[in-house]
Design a protein around this ligand. Structure first.
Ligand code: S3P
Length: 438
């Protein structure tokens, strides 16, 4: 057995110079959330699943490694990934399941493996070891799993075995918790049902159906019968809208921006950002849209409206739906006319970093005024920022958000811990250079 904390990469810095415009056409890598789910269900299914445009981010590759440790056979050829599943019978891993930086891997996989009669120990890096895991222990324990945590955190040991269905109301808006319950429910005795206080991303529901499971939704209640078997699929992973978010926000910063994004995932439970971009003063033209395995994929063109940028208030359910996009929205808020209000987003404090604190710290370093709350930020508009030393906190979305803020600053920014971008979007800084016009 190795150490109980997986090791981070060495820190690298990136200098980002101000730009004069933002233009071009880009295909962002495959969606991180969907890649995780396809990889996990493929590992459980019978047969060989063929995935194209699999995420290039480190996180979904942590999931693939875990699937191999559980007995699936994984082959990779660029972004084409084949997973030969275990036909419903995961093996006893010979070492810990290393989830790296990935909360999605640890939480969703916990639900998938808990019904199997083995002992699994899941570990992660320093950041993941700080993140709350009680939220999945609670429902999985109610189903009969025995889970050991250290003060509510990883390392997590699951003593797996047969589970019983439950009726569960998710107290916090979390697609990861919902998924853990659905994945466990798929393999439990009886029919598991679940309702969400706030409707979160529904990739798991679509992925389960694509792999042949049936689940039903009655109003806000989802139900899944246990004992269902999955069959391998062929699928293309749509482009990640949470990665595209950085470029969508960059396109708002310049009067003559022109950005085309193709093969973009536009699942309605993920696409609230497009409405916010429009509210702020972006013009979005949908050039093409189609559906695969329940997921909406499209090509869009984004320009800035001639009236310039207004402001936005993001509160309530919208904050939960935009949770991964909030750092970049906050980072461009000073360049809007009326600023951006973000409230009801306290989950941001327990992501890969405390994203509220780090956004506030880095915006202040760039000369911005703002007010920080336990559950969000108010960032006034009409502020000119200057270059600064940016602390990513080893958090991919903070590194990328401030690379975007840097495009409109009066001088260059130095992003420390820029390598974190590779967690979800390793090509980010290369694409940013191509699209930024100087
Ligand atoms: C994710 C759900 C969200 C999100 C994360 C990916 C998913 O987390 O922040 O990046 O793929 O289900 P929570 O479930 O903790 O809100």
């Amino acid at each position: 057995m190795s150490s109980i904390i997986s090791q981070p990469n060495a820190s690298t810095t990136q200098v980002v110079r101000p730009a004069r415009s933002f233009q071009g056409s880009v295909t962002v890598p495959g969606d991180k959330s969907i890649s995780h789910r396809y990889a996990m269900l493929a590992g459980l299914a019978e047969g060989t699943t063929r995935l194209s445009n699999f995420s290039t981010g480190a996180d979904p590759h942590s999931t693939l490694s875990c699937m191999e440790a559980l007995g699936a056979k994984v082959t990779k050829d660029g972004t084409a990934v084949e997973v030969t599943g275990t036909a419903g019978a995961f093996q006893q891993p010979t070492s810990e399941l290393d989830c790296g930086n990935s909360g999605s891997t640890m939480r969703m996989l916990a639900g998938l493996i808990a019904p199997h009669p083995h002992t699994f120990t899941m570990i992660g890096d320093h950041s993941l070891t700080m993140r709350p895991m009680e939220r999945i222990r609670k429902p999985l324990s109610a189903m009969g799993a025995r889970i050991d945590l250290v003060d509510g955190h990883a390392p997590m040991t699951i003593h797996g075995g047969p589970l019983k269905a439950i009726d569960f109301d998710t107290p916090i808006p979390s697609a990861q918790v919902k998924t853990a319950v659905l994945f466990a429910g798929l393999q439990a005795e009886g029919t598991t049902s679940l309702s969400e206080a706030v409707r979160t991303r529904d990739h798991s529901e679509h992925a389960l159906k694509a792999f042949g499971a049936s689940l039903t939704r009655t109003g806000e209640r989802l139900s899944i019968a246990g004992g269902q078997k999955l069959k391998a699929i062929e699928a293309t992973v749509p482009g990640d809208i949470s990665s595209a978010a950085f470029f969508l926000c960059a396109a708002l910063l310049f009067p003559d921006s022109n950005l085309v994004l193709d093969s973009l995932g536009m699942n309605p439970t993920r696409a609230a950002l497009l409405d916010v971009i429009t509210t702020l003063g972006g013009k979005i033209k949908v050039l093409m849209v189609e559906e695969h395995n329940g997921e909406t994929i499209g090509t869009i063109q984004v320009n800035r409206s001639p009236e310039g940028l207004k402001g936005a208030e993001i509160t309530g359910a919208l904050s939960a739906q935009l949770i991964d996009e909030l750092p970049v929205l906050a980072a461009i808020a000073p360049y809007t006319r009326d600023g951006i209000v973000i409230r009801d987003a306290k989950e941001l404090r327990i992501k890969e970093s405390d994203r509220i604190a780090l956004v506030a710290k880095n915006l202040k370093a760039m000369g911005a005024e703002l007010t920080e709350f336990e559950d969000g930020l108010i960032v006034p508009g009409n502020q000119q920022l200057h270059g600064a030393e940016i602390d990513s906190g080893s958090d991919h979305r903070i590194a990328m958000a401030f690379a975007i803020a840097a495009l409109r600053a009066s001088s260059e920014n130095v992003i420390h811990g820029a390598e974190a971008a590779a967690i979800s979007f390793p090509e980010f800084f290369t694409f940013l250079e191509d699209l930024s016009k100087r």
